[in-house]
Ligand binder design. Structure first.
Ligand SMILES: [Zn+2]
Length: 290
């Protein structure tokens, strides 16, 4: 038979011994045993809190640096470039221009620019790309294209790792925008040909950002997108008969139609409005610029 009393006695003997040991350690440290037990109990929490504070301080320092960088006004050269090359910007009121520049500043500070093949990273290089992004998102209050953080810029044409073909621009749905600087500048230099690489690629980004599965994020009204899709079928038929405004590539899929329509909306607005007023009107609604 098991002698529970003796086991209990053994246990109580052990526990009284460990209490004695704790008491003697506590005495050595000059604190009461309760304080020491409490200290041992809270030690893991204190260590975790210390680690968090140690990590939080440099994080907060970086955040403050970024906030200060966003507040820094754009260089005169960048502002001049916006005035001379982006009609959307130069036609804004003084107050709206300030808002546009603030958004450009946010974009160039927070996005990660990777320049390839000897291109030099200057503020102006980043502003040229940011201009397209801000033009397309200017109508929305808080669309920052969060799913696209990396912007890779080549001097000219580059080989796409996906299609293995030479191209001027592509958008990787995982979160990268890849552009040719030469073609981007050409798009801004000729303002009325309906070809603008920056607006084209950033239109893909805009639609992918909207369609991202994250809940409560969609910012374009689905009914407007559906309308544009239905119009695209009509436009395709009409362009096949009479041709003129759209290129063949625009009818590859809806994403390409969307991107081409946005290029036309900004660069050949009056022609788009005259030939396809419904398309013009719904595009303005999609961009929240009406
Ligand atoms: Zn495209």
């Amino acid at each position: 038979m098991i002698d529970y009393k003796s086991i209990a006695g053994l246990n109580s003997g052990l526990s009284s011994q460990s209490v004695d040991e704790t008491a003697s350690v506590a005495r050595d440290l000059g604190v009461g045993p309760e304080i020491l037990v409490l200290g041992l109990y809270f030690a893991p929490f204190i260590i975790v809190a210390l680690i968090l504070v140690i990590k939080w301080i440099p994080y907060q320092r970086i955040q403050n640096q970024l906030k200060r960088a966003v507040k820094k006004p754009l260089q005169a050269e960048s502002i001049r470039w916006l005035e001379d090359n982006v009609p959307f910007y130069s036609n804004l009121s003084v107050k709206e221009k300030i808002r546009f520049r603030k958004r450009v500043s946010w974009f160039i500070v927070y996005k990660n620019f990777i320049l390839k093949n000897g291109l030099v990273l200057t503020e102006l290089t980043k502003v040229k790309i940011a201009a397209s992004a801000i033009q397309l998102t200017f109508g929305y209050n808080n669309v920052k294209l969060h799913h696209f953080n990396d912007i890779i810029v080549y001097p000219d044409k580059f080989k796409s790792p996906f299609t293995k073909k030479m191209t001027f621009g592509e958008v990787n749905p995982v979160g990268a925008i890849v552009l040719s600087m030469k073609e981007l500048e050409k798009g801004y230099a000729i303002k009325d040909d309906g070809i603008n690489l920056g607006l084209h690629e950033l239109s893909h980004v805009l639609l992918l950002e909207h369609k991202n599965k994250r809940a409560n994020y969609a910012f374009i009204k689905e009914k407007d997108l559906n309308k544009l899709y239905n119009f695209s079928l009509e436009v395709n038929k009409k362009e096949k008969r009479v041709g003129g405004l759209y290129n063949k590539y625009a009818f590859s899929n809806f994403h390409e139609f969307f991107a081409k329509t946005i290029e036309l909306f900004f660069e050949k607005g009056s022609e788009l409005k005259e030939l396809y007023p419904d398309v013009y009107h719904v595009t303005g609604k999609i961009l929240n610029l009406e």
